[in-house]
Design a protein around this ligand. Structure first.
Ligand code: SF4
Length: 120
């Protein structure tokens, strides 16, 4: 996997891939979900006591009354191109971005798209 690139003006650029979101800090407002063109993360419902209920099917989805709160979940990490757009929008600083060369090293052991990045 290539982990460093250059911009059009020749500057070196290393993608910073979104690998995790701190669910204890996430307020589930979904602001940065809208800027990601790669569908790396989705809003998930959380019931009691902190049980993940699954991806939200729409604004009115209350998971049959079990919904306690919403959190953003990195559920398709392998799709991330490390553009960094989402990192500028999180007001709670709950995202973890990792340099692509570090992600490439760890993905030799595990498929990043299949890992569970939730820390409920
Ligand atoms: S870094 Fe870019 S591609 Fe990756 S999750 Fe954030 S917005 Fe999506």
């Amino acid at each position: 996997m290539r982990s460093a690139f250059v911009t059009l003006d020749g500057a070196r650029w290393v993608p910073g891939c979104l690998t995790a979101i701190d669910s204890s800090a996430c307020t589930g407002r979904g602001r940065y979900f809208k800027v990601c063109s790669r569908e790396v993360m989705h809003l998930h419902g959380v019931g009691d006591p902190g049980e993940l209920l699954g991806a939200c099917g729409g604004e009115d989805d209350d998971f049959d009354g079990e919904l306690n709160r919403m959190i953003m979940v990195v559920d398709h990490a392998g799709r991330c191109i490390g553009c960094g757009a989402c990192g500028h929008l999180c007001p709670k600083d709950c995202q973890t971005h990792v340099a692509a060369d570090k992600v490439a090293a760890s993905s030799d052991e595990t498929n990043p798209g299949e890992r569970d990045h939730v820390r409920p």
